[in-house]
Ligand binder design. Structure first.
Ligand SMILES: Nc1ncnc2c1ncn2[C@@H]1O[C@H](COP(=O)(O)OP(=O)(O)O)[C@@H](O)[C@H]1O
Ligand SMILES: [Mg+2]
Length: 146
Protein backbone atom coordinates (compact mmCIF):
# COMPACT_ATOMS: atom_id res chain seq x y z
CA UNK A 1 0.00 0.00 0.00
CA UNK A 2 1.18 3.51 -0.76
CA UNK A 3 1.67 5.66 2.30
CA UNK A 4 2.02 9.42 2.23
CA UNK A 5 5.48 10.67 3.15
CA UNK A 6 5.90 12.30 6.55
CA UNK A 7 5.76 16.10 6.46
CA UNK A 8 9.23 17.66 6.23
CA UNK A 9 10.26 21.04 7.56
CA UNK A 10 12.68 23.37 5.78
CA UNK A 11 13.97 26.84 6.65
CA UNK A 12 14.92 29.62 4.25
CA UNK A 13 16.62 32.87 5.14
CA UNK A 14 16.01 35.00 2.03
CA UNK A 15 13.47 35.38 -0.80
CA UNK A 16 15.99 33.92 -3.25
CA UNK A 17 16.45 30.89 -1.04
CA UNK A 18 12.69 30.39 -1.06
CA UNK A 19 12.71 30.65 -4.86
CA UNK A 20 15.53 28.09 -5.02
CA UNK A 21 13.44 25.83 -2.84
CA UNK A 22 10.60 26.24 -5.36
CA UNK A 23 12.95 25.27 -8.16
CA UNK A 24 13.65 22.04 -6.31
CA UNK A 25 9.94 21.26 -6.12
CA UNK A 26 9.30 21.95 -9.82
CA UNK A 27 10.91 18.80 -11.30
CA UNK A 28 8.68 16.69 -9.09
CA UNK A 29 5.50 18.18 -10.57
CA UNK A 30 3.63 17.02 -13.63
CA UNK A 31 0.22 17.30 -15.29
CA UNK A 32 -2.58 16.99 -12.75
CA UNK A 33 -0.52 17.98 -9.73
CA UNK A 34 -2.05 20.50 -7.36
CA UNK A 35 -0.07 22.45 -4.77
CA UNK A 36 -1.94 24.26 -1.99
CA UNK A 37 0.11 27.05 -0.37
CA UNK A 38 -0.95 28.13 3.13
CA UNK A 39 0.39 31.07 5.09
CA UNK A 40 -0.34 34.60 6.20
CA UNK A 41 -0.02 37.63 3.97
CA UNK A 42 3.68 38.23 3.34
CA UNK A 43 4.74 34.76 4.42
CA UNK A 44 6.21 34.01 1.00
CA UNK A 45 3.62 32.04 -0.97
CA UNK A 46 4.01 34.09 -4.14
CA UNK A 47 7.80 34.07 -3.77
CA UNK A 48 7.71 30.27 -3.66
CA UNK A 49 5.37 30.23 -6.67
CA UNK A 50 7.94 32.33 -8.56
CA UNK A 51 10.58 29.69 -7.91
CA UNK A 52 8.32 26.81 -8.88
CA UNK A 53 7.33 28.64 -12.08
CA UNK A 54 10.97 29.35 -12.96
CA UNK A 55 11.64 25.65 -12.50
CA UNK A 56 8.73 24.84 -14.79
CA UNK A 57 10.21 27.06 -17.53
CA UNK A 58 7.52 29.71 -17.24
CA UNK A 59 9.10 32.70 -18.97
CA UNK A 60 7.49 35.38 -16.83
CA UNK A 61 7.61 36.26 -13.15
CA UNK A 62 4.24 35.63 -11.52
CA UNK A 63 3.13 38.18 -8.97
CA UNK A 64 0.10 38.21 -6.74
CA UNK A 65 -2.92 38.24 -9.02
CA UNK A 66 -4.77 40.95 -7.16
CA UNK A 67 -7.91 41.20 -9.23
CA UNK A 68 -7.85 37.91 -11.09
CA UNK A 69 -8.40 34.75 -9.13
CA UNK A 70 -6.53 32.60 -11.66
CA UNK A 71 -3.65 33.35 -14.02
CA UNK A 72 -2.51 30.84 -16.60
CA UNK A 73 1.10 30.53 -17.76
CA UNK A 74 2.77 28.32 -20.31
CA UNK A 75 5.70 26.42 -18.91
CA UNK A 76 6.79 22.92 -19.82
CA UNK A 77 3.13 22.25 -19.05
CA UNK A 78 0.29 24.71 -18.45
CA UNK A 79 0.56 26.33 -15.02
CA UNK A 80 -2.43 27.82 -13.21
CA UNK A 81 -1.58 30.29 -10.46
CA UNK A 82 -4.63 30.77 -8.26
CA UNK A 83 -5.01 33.28 -5.44
CA UNK A 84 -8.32 32.98 -3.66
CA UNK A 85 -7.66 35.80 -1.17
CA UNK A 86 -10.43 37.87 -2.72
CA UNK A 87 -12.87 35.05 -3.21
CA UNK A 88 -16.26 36.17 -1.95
CA UNK A 89 -17.79 32.84 -1.08
CA UNK A 90 -17.00 29.23 -1.96
CA UNK A 91 -19.99 29.13 -4.32
CA UNK A 92 -18.04 31.44 -6.63
CA UNK A 93 -15.58 28.61 -7.20
CA UNK A 94 -18.20 26.76 -9.23
CA UNK A 95 -18.06 29.56 -11.82
CA UNK A 96 -14.30 29.49 -12.36
CA UNK A 97 -13.79 26.35 -14.44
CA UNK A 98 -11.83 24.60 -11.74
CA UNK A 99 -12.27 21.18 -13.38
CA UNK A 100 -9.65 22.19 -15.92
CA UNK A 101 -7.45 23.79 -13.28
CA UNK A 102 -7.45 20.92 -10.78
CA UNK A 103 -8.17 17.89 -12.94
CA UNK A 104 -6.77 18.85 -16.34
CA UNK A 105 -3.35 18.59 -17.95
CA UNK A 106 -1.74 21.43 -16.05
CA UNK A 107 -0.21 22.12 -12.67
CA UNK A 108 -2.19 24.23 -10.18
CA UNK A 109 -0.42 26.42 -7.59
CA UNK A 110 -3.02 27.78 -5.17
CA UNK A 111 -2.60 30.60 -2.63
CA UNK A 112 -5.31 30.96 0.04
CA UNK A 113 -6.68 27.50 -0.74
CA UNK A 114 -8.83 27.19 2.39
CA UNK A 115 -12.12 27.75 0.57
CA UNK A 116 -11.18 25.26 -2.14
CA UNK A 117 -10.55 22.28 0.13
CA UNK A 118 -13.43 20.32 -1.31
CA UNK A 119 -11.84 20.58 -4.75
CA UNK A 120 -8.50 19.17 -3.63
CA UNK A 121 -7.46 16.00 -5.43
CA UNK A 122 -6.46 13.18 -3.09
CA UNK A 123 -2.77 13.64 -3.86
CA UNK A 124 -2.73 17.41 -3.32
CA UNK A 125 0.67 18.63 -2.11
CA UNK A 126 0.39 21.05 0.79
CA UNK A 127 2.96 23.68 1.69
CA UNK A 128 2.63 25.66 4.91
CA UNK A 129 4.81 28.74 5.27
CA UNK A 130 5.37 30.59 8.53
CA UNK A 131 7.24 33.86 8.98
CA UNK A 132 9.77 33.37 11.79
CA UNK A 133 11.58 36.70 11.42
CA UNK A 134 12.14 39.42 8.81
CA UNK A 135 13.97 37.02 6.48
CA UNK A 136 13.45 33.61 7.99
CA UNK A 137 10.63 31.34 6.82
CA UNK A 138 9.67 27.88 7.97
CA UNK A 139 8.27 25.75 5.17
CA UNK A 140 6.47 22.50 5.93
CA UNK A 141 5.91 20.23 2.98
CA UNK A 142 3.14 17.61 3.08
CA UNK A 143 2.70 14.93 0.47
CA UNK A 144 6.01 15.23 -1.35
CA UNK A 145 9.47 13.91 -0.56
CA UNK A 146 12.13 16.18 -1.98
N1 LIG B 1 12.95 33.79 3.36
C1 LIG B 1 12.00 34.47 2.67
N2 LIG B 1 11.19 33.81 1.81
C2 LIG B 1 10.21 34.46 1.15
N3 LIG B 1 9.96 35.78 1.24
C3 LIG B 1 10.75 36.49 2.07
C4 LIG B 1 11.80 35.86 2.81
N4 LIG B 1 12.41 36.81 3.56
C5 LIG B 1 11.78 37.97 3.31
N5 LIG B 1 10.79 37.80 2.42
C6 LIG B 1 9.87 38.84 1.93
O1 LIG B 1 8.56 38.52 2.36
C7 LIG B 1 7.61 38.91 1.37
C8 LIG B 1 6.83 37.71 0.89
O2 LIG B 1 5.85 38.17 0.02
P1 LIG B 1 4.95 37.22 -0.86
O3 LIG B 1 5.77 36.12 -1.44
O4 LIG B 1 4.19 38.09 -1.80
O5 LIG B 1 3.99 36.61 0.27
P2 LIG B 1 2.52 36.04 0.15
O6 LIG B 1 2.29 35.63 -1.27
O7 LIG B 1 2.53 34.87 1.11
O8 LIG B 1 1.60 37.13 0.62
C9 LIG B 1 8.39 39.57 0.25
O9 LIG B 1 8.43 40.95 0.46
C10 LIG B 1 9.78 38.95 0.41
O10 LIG B 1 10.81 39.78 -0.07
MG1 LIG C 1 0.72 36.10 -2.58
Amino acid sequence: MLTAPEPRTYVTTSPDETREFGKRIAPRLGPGNVVFLYGDLGSGKTTLVQGICAGLQVGVWPNSPTFTLINQYEGRVPVFHCDFYRLGDPGELATLGLEEVFFGNGIALVEWPELAEEWAPLDTIRVKITRRSAKKREIVLHGLNL
